[in-house]
Design a protein around this ligand. Structure first.
Ligand code: MN
Length: 204
């Protein structure tokens, strides 16, 4: 069985950047629904219910075809949100330090250029989806995915991700996705991103 993880901080901890009501709807309704639907669709497949969700996403072709799309959508929804909560923290933001900063500078020139490119990936993504910073073959790359598609399914390791579904921002920011993204940078948990980078680079 998959379970909904608690937020690693209070619902209002990311204010004023992300409001308490949005966090309640986003975690308690949206994320919870992905978890429930994932368990429902895997109901007749006990062996799959005990796997790590990232292992499922990495090998989607091993999932029976008749449930594969539902597992991709709801499993992605569960994995993506679980990681999204962790890459945010009260008192976050600023610039990264350490190895991840060096890797960002190697791949994008400097931090402001990276930030601009990542923001643009989120702002310009059409419809629901995510913007990502991933490791692929030891290098960093920015990409965006539709719906709940995860780069894990393309054998890439996410170290930062941003939810650009309207449910992530509409209560506070209405249709102003760019304003939400600008505010969201103030929540980024760079220590967590550094940890994801170090473990991801060692794997790839
Ligand atoms: Mn979401």
């Amino acid at each position: 069985m998959f379970t909904l993880p608690d937020l690693p901080y209070d619902y209002k901890a990311l204010e004023p950047f992300i409001d308490e009501e949005t966090m309640h709807f986003h975690h308690d309704r949206h994320h919870a629904t992905y978890v429930k639907n994932l368990n429902d669709v895997l109901g007749g497949h006990e062996d799959l219910l005990n796997l790590d969700i990232n292992d499922i996403l990495r090998d989607l072709e091993k999932i029976p075809e008749e449930i594969r799309i539902k597992v991709k959508n709801n499993g992605g929804g569960h994995a993506n949100h679980s990681l999204f909560w962790e890459v945010m923290t009260p008192g976050g933001g600023g610039e990264p330090k350490g190895k991840v900063l060096g890797a960002i500078e190697n791949s994008f020139g400097d931090f402001p250029t990276f930030q601009e490119k990542f923001s643009a990936a989120g702002v310009s993504h059409f419809g629901s989806g995510w913007a990502w910073l991933v490791i692929k073959d030891g290098k960093l790359d920015i990409l965006d995915t539709p719906n709940q598609d995860s780069p894990v399914s393309e054998r890439k390791t996410p170290i930062l991700l941003l939810d650009v579904w309207e449910h992530a921002y509409y209560l506070k920011y209405k249709n102003m996705r760019a304003d939400y993204i600008k505010a969201w940078w103030n929540t980024v948990n760079w220590e967590k991103v550094e940890k994801l980078f170090e473990s991801g680079v060692n794997k790839s």
